[in-house]
Design a protein around this ligand. Structure first.
Ligand code: ADP
Length: 394
């Protein structure tokens, strides 16, 4: 069937983002927007509609309410008179365990996502709520998902294995999956345009959550994230990789296992290490002002990136290019320089600071061993392409 009108949704625990495509008019979204602070009385929405920008305060208790708000504003604007005008809704979903790729939402998929909710507690439940609400209220509406694990299906089996009983993997799906697939897939494609001879690329996505991906000939062969999106590099307020054997002692000292997990997942990362903020901009400012813990946090983060880069270059058998992306990767020249300064092994030489130039660009000197790039990721483009292909194949 033809797929002309597609609504793409990206849900977080406290945020809701959408893009509306009308492919009969081209590939750029005809409307987009977000609701921030979902779940609080102090919410805020910001929509780009054909008639102009619409912003205001709101209090959406759930992403389902945020969805209703955005759809109603698009209805008033005339850009989406009714949900019946849509060919499909597409979700950037996180964890489907063994289910990967782009799929239609059905009972089996919802069951599997439910089963894997404990491994993606900040993501799967919000998606399940909205998918179920839409199935109930609009049974004729086609819903599709693209899992964030999808791009990593090409990682070899031995690299997705943890050193745990094999039965855990077979019965419970305890293995490495890798996430941020849409972003890394976009970077892989963009690098093929920008530097076609670069066959061994490391994509470094640094943002609210961060991961690295080793890409050989356009395919993922390693991810720094494992069974859950909490793993790998430490994140803004989340722990990243950690020694699990500390857990019994932490549970005892923090007043229980759940309390210890809560701290590891919400008060760790940049926030826990620096004591300043979960926002790298504020941590960098404190570092500039001489704060030693902030300095340590930034150095530790850069050092983890350097470590993964070395490991992934070994997996790739060499390194042709690295690409920084995400809110931090695109905007923080300081962090990029700290990382690249430690990559002498690859004879990396950066150009003079480009003063925060915009746009996709090469930031390494002509004689640099591996080239270094800054690229603005576009996860929605990847999502739109795959969802459209699935709907058109029906
Ligand atoms: P998300 O992962 O939620 O989509 P982004 O990729 O937009 O988020 O990244 C958000 C992060 O980017 C924030 O934590 C913020 O600290 C960081 N960031 C944005 N601009 C800068 C900057 N100039 N310097 C350092 N960090 C930045």
């Amino acid at each position: 069937m033809k797929c002309q009108r597609l609504l793409l949704l990206n849900l977080g625990t406290t945020s809701f983002k959408f893009q509306l495509f009308d492919f009969s008019r081209g590939e750029t979204p005809s409307a987009s927007g977000m609701v921030e602070r979902v779940g609080s009385d102090r919410g805020f929405y910001s929509l780009n509609l054909p008639s102009g920008k619409a912003e205001g305060a709101c209090s959406c208790r759930t992403c389902t309410e945020a969805f209703a708000l955005c759809v109603s504003r698009m209805g008033d604007d005339g850009v989406l008179p009714s949900l019946e005008d849509l060919d499909a809704v597409g979700f950037k979903a996180v964890h489907g365990g063994p289910l990967t790729g782009t799929r239609l939402v059905d009972e089996e998929l919802l069951d599997v996502m439910e089963q894997f909710s404990p491994l993606a507690p900040a993501h799967n439940p919000v998606y399940l709520d909205l998918m179920r609400a839409l199935r109930e209220r609009y049974p004729g509406l086609l819903q599709a998902v693209r899992f964030e694990t999808s791009f990593h299906g090409t990682i070899p089996d031995y690299r997705t294995a943890y050193g745990v009983p094999w039965e855990w993997r077979e019965k419970w799906g305890i293995r490495r999956y890798g996430f941020h697939g849409s972003s890394h897939e976009y970077i892989a494609g963009r690098m093929r345009q920008l530097a076609p001879s670069a066959r061994r690329v490391i994509s470094i996505h640094l943002g609210g959550s961060s991961s690295l991906c080793a890409i050989r000939d356009g395919q993922s062969i390693a991810s720094s994230m494992g069974a859950t999106p909490q793993s790998g590099l430490f994140q803004n307020n989340r722990v990243g990789d950690f020694d699990v054997c500390c857990l019994p002692e932490l549970a005892r000292r923090c007043g229980g296992f759940n309390q210890a997990m809560e701290i590891l997942c919400t008060r760790s990362g940049f926030l826990g290490l620096s004591g300043v903020s979960n926002d790298l901009r504020e941590v960098l400012a404190a570092r500039e002002a001489g704060d030693r813990r902030a300095d340590l946090a930034v150095r530790a983060f850069a050092d983890e990136i350097v470590g993964y880069t070395g490991m992934f270059a070994a997996y790739l058998g060499g390194l042709d290019a690295i690409a920084f992306t995400g809110g931090i990767g695109q905007n923080s020249g300081v962090l990029r320089e700290m990382v690249c300064a430690e990559l002498g092994l690859f004879s990396i030489r950066l150009l003079e600071d480009d003063g925060g130039a915009e746009g996709d660009r090469r930031i390494s000197a002509a004689d640099s061993g591996a080239s270094v790039w800054v690229i603005k990721t576009d996860e929605e483009q990847v999502l739109a392409r795959h969802t459209r292909a699935l709907v058109e194949s029906l």
